[in-house]
Write a new protein. Structure first.
Length: 98
């Protein structure tokens, strides 16, 4: 099952930082996926405390509603990069967001 998304890196990470980085690394023409990310970032996450943005429940929502739905098996290079960001294989520096 090397080509499927299996689990999230167990290090507690802020879902808002990861979702924003994925959004920034998604091609403009992937409008449905980008819209799902925007809704998650702007409609769900603002109501979460910092602790809740790191909570496994938030990651389950992210995984089920976005990652598994739109990228069940990463095939294109941008999909593989997005999955690597999601899984924590590509480390994000939150200070790059401003």
């Amino acid at each position: 099952m090397e080509n499927s998304i299996e689990t999230v890196n167990l290090v507690p990470r802020d879902a808002s930082v990861i979702a924003l980085d994925i959004l920034l690394n998604t091609p403009e023409d992937k409008t449905e996926f980008r819209q799902a990310l925007r809704e998650f970032i702007f409609n769900h996450l603002p109501y979460c405390s910092p602790e809740m943005r790191r909570h496994p429940q938030t990651w389950c929502i992210f995984e089920e509603n976005i990652m598994h739905r739109y990228i069940p098996v990463p095939k294109e290079p941008w999909e593989k990069e997005v999955v690597d960001i999601y899984l924590g294989k590509i480390v994000i520096d939150p200070s790059t967001f401003g």
